[in-house]
Design a protein around this ligand. Sequence first.
Ligand SMILES: C[S@@+](CC[C@H](N)C(=O)[O-])C[C@H]1O[C@@H](n2cnc3c(N)ncnc32)[C@H](O)[C@@H]1O
Length: 895
Amino acid sequence: MGRKAEYSEKPKKGPGRKARKQGAPVFRKQSFAPMEEEDKKLSHRQKQRSVKREQKKVVQKAKLLEKRAKGKQPQPVKRKTAYNSDSEPEDEEEVQQQEASSDEEVPQLVPAPKSQKSTAPKGFTDDNDAWLKPKQQKKPSKKPDSESEEEEEDEDLEEDSEAEVEDDSEGDDGLDAEESGEEEEEEDDSDDDTAQVGKLADLSDDDDANSDDDFDISGEEDNAEADSDEEEDEDDDDDDDDKLPIERANKKLKKREAKEAQLADDELLETVDRQDVFQLPTEEEEAEKDLTLQEVQQRIKDVSLVLSDFKKYRQADRSRGEYIELLRRDLCLYYSYNEFLMEKLMDMLPLTELMEYLEASEIARPLTIRTNTLKTRRRDLAGALINRGVNLDPLGKWTKVGLVVFNSQVPLGATPEYLAGHYMIQGASSLLPVMALAPQENERILDMCSAPGGKGSHIASIMKNTGVLFANDSNRDRIKAIVANFHRLGIVNAVVSCEDGAKFRNIMTGFDRVLLDAPCTGTGVVSKDPSVKTTKSEVDVQRCYNLQRKLLLTAIDCTDAKSSTGGYIVYSTCSVLPEENEWVIDYALKKRNVKLVPTGLDFGVEGFTKFRQHRFHPSLNLTKRYYPHTHNMDGFYVAKLKKFSNTIPITKEQQEEDEKQLDEAIEAEATAEVAEEAAEPEEESGQEKGPKKLLGKRAGKPSFTEIEQELKKKKREESKTKYVAKVFEQPVKAPKKPKPEKPVEQKEKKSQEVVEKTNGSEAPSKAASKKNQPNGNVPASKSDAKSFKKKKQENGNASPAKPVGKKSKANGTDSPAKPAAKEPKAKPQAKVEQQSKPKTTKLANAPRVEIDEVPILEGKPIKKQNKLKQKSKQIGQLKKSKTGANAGKKQKFKK
Ligand SMILES: C[S@@+](CC[C@H](N)C(=O)[O-])C[C@H]1O[C@@H](n2cnc3c(N)ncnc32)[C@H](O)[C@@H]1O
């Protein structure tokens, strides 16, 4: 993406013309840093050759020595430096070709020395090849001075040897002979890599000098492999012949660094070994010592080390469990997690990855935006924002609409482009489920949990405003956000609804595609919402996965397997817990005619097929996981299902049983939650809360103050004991509260009376309620009644019109709470408890009345809610007046 060029400042020109004409001063080569200076001036070939010459210096020297010893010292032949000659490059090209040639050359090169056998100096045999070795040791002298000296000397030697080769060769004279000698040399050198192995074997005792050259070099390399590091260096230098000095220097540097790192590692290990084994603190020590964060961090490292090699570093009398326990506590302390969530994460990720995950979760993810292609193109949007001082880039190759914002001089939620609907502020991960869904134009698509409409609007833009998008969410307040966003973004193909997604199959089915971006614990978005670290409990997770399973089954039921273009369901969460992801999908695979298909996302970690002792369907590896530490995006999960049959593989009874189980599990959670809620201050209960308020911020939960959260946490801890279902178990039926003796009819009668008296509307009898089903379907009576009860509680809590603290009428669930509600606002804790008690009992004793769906209270206008309040007042009065009436019974009424 192009940045705006800055033309205002022109780059300063260098020195004046005159100064530029004047070349840099030239110093004599030898005066300082001779090698490097020289290297700079040499051509590439020349450098190669000079290096090769160096390689041979030892051999040549040896030859000379021997010859001198025999009194045959040849006269050094002074010659022009061949590497400056014009003919050189041609020769070198040939050499290069030869070097580059393949193994074909080997047979040519290997026999070549034999032809020179007769001219070879005597004594180059395997018996005396040991004398060659000291020559190798000369090489490592790396001091530049000595090197340069040696080089000079070697050049002489080389010249000598070349002359010698000349003499020994078949009688070519002068420069030609030299060149041919050089060629030979180079041929021989070029042979090093390919022919050396063969040559060693081929060499006989009376091999000649040239063959010894080859042998020498090859021998050098062979020895080098086996010998010390220094020799390795030499060999590497040999390999580096055709490299630039800077490359060689770089290589050397890297090698040195690697060595140093190795040394450091060894040293560290040694130190660790020498150190006393990390001692787990005793309980007294723990209690006594208040550790600083640094000490905790150090202890985390220590324990991690012990766990990395438990056999080696453990204390004999301590178990792995003890170390893990300590580590968990320290991690909780250091990163401010509650033990529950930390345990979950520790179960899920290996230790090193866990540390990375925790670290990454402390850092905010990059701000990203999605181009609304209904209104603009990414390039244009980027240009417009850059002009406003936004520094951005494309998000990645995997998306054509995403932009990542590095920094901005303007608030991104208030730019004219934003207000004009040119983009949506969205996390990178939230683009993934829509990409997996791959919406098509003219389809009918359901976005089951849509608010605030990020993914929904993305779907609509891919559909190019064709077909129909049903954007549903059960939270009325969040629905407003969908509507606002859709208006801003210019979406005109959407129908927005406020229904419980789990019941959507009763409203409409036959969708080509369904997106279920399910409400979840939000354990993947810790960096966005750090409260997740401390507020999530096992009950929250259970509540989520029960709801998620229900929603997913409905999403599947809403999909048309016979859709000509689709029949796909995409399930996603921003949680990393397997309970909310793989386990939910695994459940759906068993309960419906669906199979997993690839998401079409070419990055992401495979979903788990096993997790601890649990085994999931093997196709779960087709699902994708995203982590902050690996993908620099929120923790996320995406699964794509294809529905292959509209029939439901389980019997109706089984299905009902499943539903019942899920409902009961959810109800049990709700009961526990109501107990908590009841204990909360009156003001809170008067607050506006959506039906899914229990599921966290992502589910539209209003944020609580710290004190409220503390209180909630406390109560949640208490309520845990009441909860029965365990993670990774089929939700166990909550023990049913003893039903009141009085049969349902009696209750219904009462409510009938009440309703008739209050507004004269029809009695909420079972039959009537059935009639009131949105599509006339018969509800799964019991479960629906329960969910209604729950909804009623929630709706009562929500009561959006209630001014906080004004007339805090409890939560609308029952009338006896009313008098308590009229108490002054600030109540002591004891009073709150007192108040909560009857409520809980009341709920527990509430009869399971077969009253089905009524138009959802949260969907009623505010005025009607007030009417309801009046009604409930009246009901309370009536109830008081009725002798022997069960005060704990819940009143049902229907509008
Ligand atoms: C993760 S958010 C959805 C985010 C949305 N897909 C987006 O991209 O903007 C989950 C939503 O599910 C909604 N929700 C919770 N329970 C629901 C239910 N039973 N039926 C429908 N929606 C529900 C919550 O109100 C919340 O808005």
